[in-house]
Design a protein around this ligand. Structure first.
Ligand code: ADP
Length: 359
C-alpha cells in the first residue's frame, strides 16, 4: 500500500500543486488519476517516484515513510509523457535496457523484448532508433520500457495520450489485460473520461490540487459527489437545470426557473438555495410536446455520433443533452417534451450532491 498523507506541495512561493491531499493506492490495483491539465497529477507520480518531496505531509509505503528514500531505491517503473528514450540505442536495446541493468539473462531478455513489442504493436520497428519513429511509436516504446520489468509500482503519466483514436482504443484494452496478468500496482494519469472509466479499478478525480472524489467508475458515474465530478465523468457530460423548491399538490416539488415541475423534492433539498438537478443524456426521453409530466423544450443542435445522436435541447434557460437512436427524426427548432426518469435524477445544492430520500 502506498499512501500520501496530508501532502501539501508548493513549487516556489506561488504555485500550490497539491493541497493537503491524502490518498491510498492499494496493492495490485489499477488506479487512475483523472483531471484537467495542471490539476497536480504528475506531481503525485513524482512524489511516489521520489523525484520530488512534499512541502509538508508524508509519503508512505506499507505505513513507513519513504520521503527520504531516493528514487533508485523505490523500485518504481515510470513512463512519462516526454518519453526520454536513449537516442543512440535501437528500440530493442531501449526495451532491453532495464532488464540488462537488472542482470536478466540474454535469452530471457530477447524473449521478453519480443513479447512486449508484440503487445504494443511495434515488432516491426525493433531495429530503428527513436529518431526514426513517429510520436505514437516513441510513446509505446517508453511505455514498454516501463512495464517490461517487475516493479513495486508502475507510474504511467498519460502514456497513451499521443496515440490516434483507434490505436488508443486498442492499447487501452491491451494495457488493462496486461495489468491484470501482471497483478501490478499501477498509477495512471489521463485527461480522458473514457480512459479513466475504462481502465481504473478506482479513479481519483483531481481538480486544482484537491481530490474531488475517489471511487470505482460506477461510484463516480452513478453517485457523483459534486457537480465537478458529475460534469467531468461521462461523455456526453451530465446536464444541469437550475431549480428551486415550491409546494405542490402532494408535497414539495422541484421547479425550473420558468416554473415547470420536474419531480418531487427530496427532504434534503428543502430550504436550500443554489439547487441544481443533474441528468445524464440516457436518463431522458423525448416525447410529443405538451404531454403531462414533461418539460417543454426546443431542439437547438443535433450531433451525429454514428451509432447514436445527441440532441441539445433548450429547456427554459438551460441546455440539456439527450441521447437518441441514430435514426431519430428531429429537426433543429422543433418543439419537444422531455421526460426525465425520476429514479435517475441527481440533486445538488451549492455544487454538492444531496442525499435522496429512501424510497
Ligand atoms: P498535471 O499533471 O495534472 O497536468 P502537474 O502536477 O504537472 O499537473 O502541475 C500542477 C501544478 O504545478 C501546475 O500549476 C504546474 O504548472 C505546476 N508545476 C508542476 N511542476 C512544476 C515545477 N517543476 N516547477 C514549478 N511549477 C510546477
Amino acid at each position: 500500500m502506498y499512501s500520501l498523507v496530508d501532502v501539501h506541495k508548493r513549487y516556489g512561493l506561488r504555485t500550490v500543486a497539491l493541497r493537503k491531499l491524502s490518498l491510498d493506492i492499494r496493492p495490485g490495483e489499477f488506479f487512475v488519476l483523472y483531471g484537467p491539465a495542471g490539476a497536480g497529477k504528475s506531481t503525485i507520480l513524482n512524489l511516489l517516484a521520489g523525484l520530488t518531496r512534499p512541502t509538508s505531509g508524508d509519503v508512505r509505503r506499507n505505513g513507513a515513510s519513504i520521503v527520504h528514500l531516493p528514487p533508485e531505491r523505490r523500485n518504481a517503473a515510470m513512463a512519462f509523457e516526454n518519453y526520454a528514450l536513449y537516442s543512440h540505442l535501437s528500440v530493442a536495446e531501449n526495451l532491453a535496457f532495464p532488464l540488462r541493468a537488472a542482470g536478466v539473462k540474454h535469452a530471457e531478455v530477447t524473449a521478453r523484448v519480443k513479447s512486449i513489442a508484440g503487445v504494443l504493436g511495434i515488432p516491426h520497428v525493433l531495429d530503428r532508433r527513436p529518431g526514426f519513429l513517429s510520436g505514437g511509436q516513441r510513446q509505446r516504446v517508453a511505455l514498454g520500457r516501463a512495464i517490461i520489468r517487475p516493479a513495486d509500482i508502475y507510474l504511467l503519466d498519460e502514456p497513451i495520450g499521443h496515440l490516434d483514436a483507434k490505436l488508443r482504443h486498442r492499447m487501452r484494452a491491451e494495457l488493462k489485460a496486461l495489468a491484470v496478468e501482471m497483478k501490478a500496482t499501477i498509477v495512471f494519469t489521463t485527461t480522458s473520461s473514457k480512459e479513466a472509466l475504462a481502465l481504473g479499478d478506482r479513479v481519483g478525480i483531481l481538480n486544482a490540487g484537491r481530490l474531488e472524489q475517489v471511487g470505482t467508475p460506477a461510484d463516480l458515474y452513478d453517485r457523483p459527489a459534486n457537480t465537478f465530478v458529475a460534469s467531468f465523468v461521462g461523455d456526453p457530460p451530465m446536464s444541469f437545470l437550475n431549480v428551486s423548491t415550491r409546494a405542490g399538490d402532494s408535497g414539495p416539488v422541484l421547479v425550473t426557473g420558468d416554473g415547470q415541475v420536474i419531480a418531487a423534492a427530496p427532504l434534503s433539498a428543502l430550504g436550500r438555495t443554489g439547487l441544481k438537478v443533474g441528468v445524464r443524456s440516457t436518463a431522458l426521453t423525448l416525447v410529443e410536446p405538451g404531454r403531462p409530466e414533461t418539460l417543454a423544450g426546443r431542439v437547438e443542435v443535433l450531433e451525429h455520433l454514428g451509432h447514436s445522436k445527441i440532441a441539445v435541447i433548450a429547456a427554459g434557460t438551460d441546455p440539456i443533452q439527450v441521447s437518441l437512436p441514430a435514426d431519430a427524426a428531429l429537426r433543429p427548432g422543433e418543439a419537444v417534451g422531455l421526460r426525465i426518469d425520476p429514479t435517475r435524477l441527481h440533486i445538488f445544492a451549492d455544487e454538492t450532491a444531496l442525499t435522496m430520500d429512501p424510497a
